[in-house]
Write a protein that binds this ligand. Structure first.
Ligand SMILES: O=C(O)C1=N[C@H](C(=O)O)C[C@H](O)C1
Length: 295
């Protein structure tokens, strides 16, 4: 996978579970197939949306294999989350993913340990040397550390790093990277900021909310590509209340509920500590289902 392929819409997939909490691979096969009906550019396995903290690396590999098989001839790029807060384990997983045929690795900034900027840069230097294209995943609200623009630029300049998923929650990092001359793709990872980030030059998005109403997200992206910014803004405005609802409770519980509601997976079960969504949120999501499915 190269930088040119890291653009457009990548959908981070959920890991469907049976009521007893084991992987539901039949649902997963059907669900990955359903995503391919839309013109998405790739998928992400074992990201936050794939409940990576509660899914083992062996299960992640299985999910990768089944997704690849479900794609058949479509052969879209599959990124797999290999990042942990242990550099050696991250390298081990990234090398493993290269061997089993992943197209790229999504490597999160190491969480919990709160390393210095120098430590984070070293972490990515090692991950990038594993021989699989790396997408840096910056999400300070989850990791507890924030990349400075200079560190982000140094990481993006490494051979083997093909781009970044920016979930910082505002457009300042992207602006700074543009100012510093970054040429590698930065994808929006904060769904409600898709439009402002595209306006600022983002190459696309990795968006959990796009698991549903995928065509509507693709429409926003293509209108922006055609410079029809007002039309894109109007379409995005319709999606915003839905996006806010989907992130009101822990991702991916609301997305799983929607997928189950649409019959694309059998069950909305998550693994603890994530639990199912509240009855109130179900009602509100149901309300938006009729709005968005109808128009
Ligand atoms: O799994 C992902 O990739 C995403 N995770 C983010 C999060 O849960 O914080 C949200 C984003 O839409 C995609």
């Amino acid at each position: 996978m190269n930088e040119q392929q890291l653009r457009g819409l990548f959908v981070p997939v959920v890991a469907p579970f049976l009521p007893d909490g084991e992987l539901d691979l039949d649902s997963y096969r059907h669900y990955v197939g359903s995503l391919l009906k839309e013109d998405i550019q790739g998928i992400v396995v074992h990201g936050t949306t794939g409940e990576s903290p509660a899914v083992s690396w062996e299960e992640a590999r299985l999910l990768f294999d089944v997704a690849r098989e479900a794609m058949g001839d479509a052969a879209l790029p599959i990124l797999i989350g290999t990042g942990t807060n242990d550099t050696r384990e991250t390298v081990r997983r990234t090398e493993d993913a290269r061997r089993f045929g992943a197209d790229g690795a999504l490597v999160v900034v190491p969480y919990y340990s709160r390393p210095t900027q120098a430590g984070i840069l070293e972490h990515f230097r090692h991950a990038a040397a594993a021989g699989l294209p790396v997408v840096v995943y910056e999400i300070p609200s989850r990791t507890g550390v924030r990349l400075t623009p200079e560190t982000a630029m140094s990481i993006l300049s490494l051979d083997g790093v093909i781009g970044m998923k920016d979930s910082t929650g505002d457009i300042r990092l992207l602006r700074e990277l543009n100012r510093l001359g970054n040429v590698k793709p930065v994808l929006c990872g904060d769904d409600s900021l898709l439009l402002p980030m595209l306006s600022e030059g983002s190459a696309g998005g990795i968006l959990a909310s796009a698991n549903a109403y995928t065509g509507r997200f693709l429409e926003v992206l293509s209108l922006m590509k055609e410079n029809r910014t007002e039309d894109a803004a109007a379409r995005f405005e319709e999606l915003l209340p839905y996006i806010r609802l989907v992130f009101r409770e822990s991702n991916p519980s609301p997305v799983k509920w929607l997928l189950a509601r649409e019959g694309r997976i059998a069950c909305d079960r998550t693994r603890l500590p994530l639990v199912g969504i509240s009855e109130g949120l179900k009602l509100e999501l149901e309300g938006y289902r009729s709005v968005l499915s109808g128009s």
